[in-house]
Design a protein around this ligand. Structure first.
Ligand code: SAM
Length: 222
């Protein structure tokens, strides 16, 4: 169950959204069957709209799994746009490739296996939109190194602001409420906390949390 929205809110959002294409139904089934932590349906829809609103044409994802979140971003890209999907696990990317073929989106996708940060560093182009969904403790170091390759007006989105994996939401509230002192947080939660703390102070990024799915941290380069 979605930990942030009420069941009625989720039901309402789904009722007013377009019907699911067959490929999405299959991805949803696979995620449920494998208990795989995708961004989920409501955050997925938000990713599509944010991508379109931002006017992004080039996107890069840190940790794509079987391509669920990338599918939504690809839908939001224009026909000449592209997204680089990355994962350490080749089998995940093989499944992603099949879904992208089925969805008719493979012309927008580049699949790269390995460490996301290494792949990013080895690419020469700049990006309009970046999604972090690999490990929260990597968010801050990766943010510091990727922001220089973000195009003006570009967007960085990170999942798991408020829940997911071992993110401890109460711990996060205590961390910010107590001025960040003496709070014992697990690795994942500390990753989110340090990332949010940096963004709170950052003079050039405007950040907002979209409380859908596990909570998306959306930052725009101003
Ligand atoms: C939470 S899942 C991604 C889910 C995906 N974004 C979605 O919504 O369907 C995290 C994925 O990141 C991959 N991963 C974790 N750390 C990584 C890294 N440093 N480089 C590349 N892939 C990584 C894992 O193998 C896993 O498949």
């Amino acid at each position: 169950m979605n930990p942030i929205l009420t069941p009625d809110a989720i039901k309402f959002i789904d009722l007013v959204s377009p019907d699911h294409p067959e490929v999405l139904i299959e991805m949803e089934h696979l995620a449920q069957e494998r208990k795989f932590p995708t961004v989920g349906l409501q955050a997925g829809r938000a990713l599509e709209v944010i991508t379109t609103l931002s006017g992004a044409t080039t996107a890069f994802e840190f940790g794509s799994g079987f391509g669920y979140s990338a599918y939504w971003i690809a839908r939001g890209l224009p026909s000449g746009g592209s997204i680089v999907l990355t994962d350490r696990d080749q089998t995940e990317l093989d499944v992603a490739q099949n879904f992208f073929n089925q969805a008719g989106l493979s012309h927008k996708a580049i699949f790269e296996v390995g460490e996301a940060r290494e792949i990013f560093d080895n690419r020469s182009e700049q990006f309009d939109l970046i999604l972090f969904d690999h490990h929260n403790s990597n968010y801050l170091p990766d943010f510091n190194s990727v922001k220089n390759k973000l195009l003006p007006g570009g967007v960085i989105i990170a999942d798991n602001a408020m829940s997911g994996l071992t993110v401890d939401f109460e711990g996060l509230i205590s961390f910010f409420d107590s001025n960040h002192s003496d709070i014992d947080l697990n690795d994942n939660t500390l990753g989110t906390a340090n990332y949010l703390l940096e963004l709170k102070k950052d003079p050039v990024f405007k950040t907002f949390i979209v409380p859908l799915g596990d909570g998306l941290i959306v930052s725009v380069l101003t």
